[in-house]
Ligand binder design. Structure first.
Ligand SMILES: Cc1ncc(C[n+]2csc(CCOP(=O)(O)OP(=O)(O)O)c2C)c(N)n1
Ligand code: SF4
Length: 353
């Protein structure tokens, strides 16, 4: 994969979602004329830039891309990309995106959502868009706080977190977004970090290439209301020690010299020094495993004892809803002939009120 982020290498030969001609666009073509209204230093800027570059690399016309969002700082993203977009109501982007994709399967449909928008008010909608495997790409900006409404705790805030709405510390158990997505049978589940520029871009590109619902969690710094939430693995000096960069088909290793590995122990994992133990027992990452058990186990890892996994935890194929639905409609039409809405409305019991 070429990770140059000038957006120029956008594969002329690549097909468009509806089989049209590929176009050559640059990152600049995807920048809108809207003033970006995020706080200076917000992690959202890095994610926005990755969207611009990734869209240019897709090699498809802007009018074939739709970005749908709910409400929140992160949900302002559709204004800042020069594609079609829809800033919907809180938590409801999956419903609108599903409608768009099912009505026009040729479009590349993206959802930008926050941890509050996607997992709190929109939690129910999120799990069902994943379960149904609608071919949409969901990017969840996780800053573990409500940014737009000025710093209340969210479903991903850690227990004990002091915020304006939990002045004595949150008493709640947080959600792990990757575990939730895997539990909802998502076919593509990944995690990346706002400042890991190349990694972020590669994960978004992989999500774009996936056929089905792709769920990408991005650890995003809200420097105003939750500054430093991911500093334990975001900085250069801690990244190698505390991050597990998953690669399909490769042993699961981390550390500065990749000297540490993970091996199974009971129903969990333990860290081994591979210079002493060799690689024989070290887990090999299989992102394409049908059984999500190991992916779920990986989704549970993190501080204080274990490194935090990033990359693609799961990528499997399953029929997509937009296709299955059209196939079913075509089959029924072939069998029963085209429907008649007027006749349907006047069939069965009717009342005059
Ligand atoms: C029905 C409804 N309830 C509550 C709100 C208030 N509200 C707006 S954004 C938001 C949370 C945003 O948090 P998150 O999704 O994490 O996004 P961020 O701003 O952190 O990017 C809330 C509760 C609303 N707009 N609509
Ligand atoms: S409040 Fe936080 S998430 Fe919102 S724009 Fe500012 S820094 Fe970003």
């Amino acid at each position: 994969m070429n990770h140059d982020d000038d957006g120029k290498d956008n594969g002329k030969e690549r097909g468009t979602p509806n089989g049209g001609t590929a176009v050559q666009l640059t990152r600049k073509d995807f920048e809108s004329d809207q003033e970006v209204r995020w706080c200076p230093g917000c992690g959202d800027y890095a994610i926005l830039r990755a969207f611009h570059v990734m869209f240019a690399k897709l090699g498809i016309p802007r009018e074939q891309i739709v970005v749908v969002s709910g409400i929140g700082c992160s949900s302002r993203l559709p204004y800042y990309v020069d594609t079609y977009g829809f800033h919907t109501i809180h938590g409801r982007a999956p419903a609108v995106a599903t409608g768009i994709k099912v009505a026009n399967p040729g479009l590349s449909v993206w959802i930008a959502t926050g941890d509050g928008d996607g997992l709190s008010i929109g939690g129910n909608h999120l799990i069902h868009v994943l379960r149904r495997n609608v071919d949409v790409k969901i990017v969840l900006f996780n800053n573990r706080i409500y940014g737009l409404t000025k710093g209340q705790y969210s479903p991903t805030s850690e227990q004990g977190k002091k915020t304006k709405s939990t002045p004595f510390g949150s008493a709640e158990n947080p959600f792990n977004p990757l575990s939730v997505a895997l539990g909802a049978e998502a076919t593509f589940v990944a995690r990346t970090v706002d400042v890991f520029t190349q990694h972020l871009l590669a994960v978004l590109e992989a999500a774009a290439a996936h056929r089905g619902a792709a769920f990408v969690e991005v650890y995003q710094n809200c420097n105003i209301f939750n500054d430093g939430a991911f500093d334990f693995m975001r900085g250069k000096e801690v990244r190698d020690e505390n991050t597990l960069d998953l690669q399909h088909g490769k042993p699961i290793l981390f550390g500065k010299q990749l000297e540490k590995g993970l091996r199974l122990r009971g129903t969990g994992v333990e860290v081994v020094n591979v210079q002493e133990t060799g690689l024989d027992d070290v887990l090999v990452h299989d992102a394409h495993a049908e059984d999500p058990t190991l992916a779920f186990l990986l989704s549970r890892l993190g501080p204080p004892e274990l490194p935090t996994p990033i990359g693609i935890l799961r990528s499997v194929e399953r029929p997509v809803l937009d296709q299955s639905m059209h196939e079913q409609v075509n089959e029924v039409v072939a069998r029963k002939g085209p429907g008649n809405l007027e006749a349907l409305l006047h069939s069965g019991d009717t009342w005059t009120v």
